[in-house]
Design a protein around this ligand. Structure first.
Ligand code: PLP
Length: 439
């Protein structure tokens, strides 16, 4: 096998084969158990082998596993579309399915692009994105991705996007005041809009927090400001809720924190509780209508995938979302947000932790060589990577982003399990950073 986002030389030195899981634990082929500190890459919600989701998949298996959505539909995909529309911001009324976060973004880009052609404004062809954005790994998605280490090698393969600065309150080169950072970033964005709005189809933006770009949170009011500018300059606002959707941030969708109403919104990951590959691109009636005409007008959205609207996945998603409602899961996430905040607080004092960023149950703990000057560890030392390998030895899995340790446990993690995870993380940070500075 050749693993995603993995240097296989690393894997060969530290292999791991998972065989089973239960609740927030994963078990490898040798029977060793690991706490799932990254929700199996930001997906898992209620833990592994949840009986209700398993049963829903088994029940659906007895009816049918898959039939195409090209020119036909199926029962669970209809029910799920209704549910998604009822849960998402008011303007979003139409659901286009796919099978991963990247495809949901790819679809959003093509939909926005064709929307303007269908509306007779073919000059609106460009996209604008934020510095350090990550939207998945297909060619369209990387073209609006701006994480240098992942994307630079594909430069000539991608289409060009405009890039606006991200208001990074932790790593800003010259400002410290959040309000000033927000206002400067909005001014910079508006300057680009003023110059280019006639040729911009849409703006892609991760909802409130940039995930794979380093777990950086927007200052309050910035997201709302972006929405207002997009409306003012007739630019479609494409919000990526792939990582943040379904409760991770303490709201069903992170847009709710600032009452942002996207024109297009992408969801994936947690939609099935992390069980099966379903994603969706939601949009407004207005955008849908721009594609609705006689076939010969050639306004059809010519995009689809073999497994679009897969019945097993949609059945899993329906069961998943039922548990949210029945258990009041979003309220519980808000309580756990507080618990995590208190449990992580002592790490603020750690000599090699420069910042802890938390939005709901999404956390990034950044490690540095020198806390006062914020001097990073030499990147080639890979302190983040080695810390997570140490965590694995101690019984917990996660992956870093550079030297930022990602902590994103399943939403169902109990207080005792959260405490254990944070204890392991603290111990691993301690051991690895001490070794790095030779103490
Ligand atoms: N968008 C965001 C914000 C993400 O965080 C990710 C994955 O981490 C993606 C898109 C891509 O999703 P997938 O890996 O399902 O293609």
């Amino acid at each position: 096998m050749w693993l995603p986002f993995t240097q296989m030389k690393d894997y060969d030195e530290n292999p791991l084969v998972i065989e089973s899981g239960e609740g927030v634990y994963l078990r490898d082929i040798y029977g060793r158990e690991y706490l799932d500190g990254y929700s199996s890459l930001w997906l898992n919600v209620h833990g592994h082998r949840n009986e209700e989701i398993n049963q829903a998949i088994k029940d659906q298996l007895d009816k049918i596993s898959h039939s195409t959505l090209l020119g036909a539909t199926n029962v669970p995909s209809i029910l799920l579309a209704e549910k998604l529309v009822s849960l998402s911001p008011e303007r979003l009324k139409r659901v286009f399915y796919s099978d991963s976060g990247a495809t949901s973004v790819e679809i959003a880009i093509k939909m926005a692009y064709q929307y303007w052609q269908n509306k007779g404004r073919p000059e609106k062809q460009k996209f604008i994105t934020l510095q350090n954005a990550y939207h998945g790994d297909t060619v369209g998605a990387i073209s609006v991705g701006k994480v240098d280490i992942f994307h630079r090698v594909y430069k000539t393969l991608m289409f060009d996007s405009l890039v606006a600065p991200f208001p990074d309150v932790v790593h800003h080169p010259d400002l410290t005041d959040e309000g000033e950072i927000r206002e400067r970033a909005l001014l910079d964005l508006e300057a680009i809009f003023q110059k280019h709005h006639h040729e911009i189809a849409g703006m892609t933006v991760e909802s409130l927090i940039q995930g794979a770009g380093g777990m950086n949170i927007m200052p309050a009011g910035y997201f709302k400001g972006v929405e207002q500018l997009c409306r003012k300059y007739e630019i479609l606002l494409i919000v990526d809720e792939v990582a943040t959707g379904f409760g991770r941030t303490g709201k069903m969708f992170a847009v709710e924190h600032e009452h942002v109403q996207p024109d297009i919104m992408t969801v994936a990951k947690g939609i099935t509780g992390g069980y099966l590959p379903i994603a969706a691109t939601l949009t407004t009636e207005e955008i849908y209508e721009a594609f609705y005409d006689d076939y010969t007008s050639l306004k059809t959205f010519f995009h689809g995938h073999s497994y679009t609207g897969n019945q097993l996945g949609c059945a899993a998603a329906l069961a998943n979302l039922e548990i949210y409602e029945r258990d009041g899961l979003i309220g519980k996430v808000q309580d756990k947000t507080e618990i995590i905040h208190s449990l992580l607080a002592p790490l603020n004092e750690h000599p090699h932790v420069s910042s802890i960023r938390q939005l709901g149950m999404i956390c990034g703990i950044e490690l540095v060589q020198d806390k006062i000057s914020k001097t990073p560890f030499p990147w080639a030392d890979r302190i983040g990577y080695w810390t997570t390998i140490k965590m694995r030895e101690l019984g917990m899995l996660t992956r870093p982003i550079g030297d930022t340790i990602v902590f994103m446990p399943p939403l169902a993690t109990t207080e005792a399990e959260l405490a254990k995870m944070i204890q392991i993380m603290t111990e691993a940070i301690d051991i690895t950073t001490k070794e790095a500075v030779g103490v």
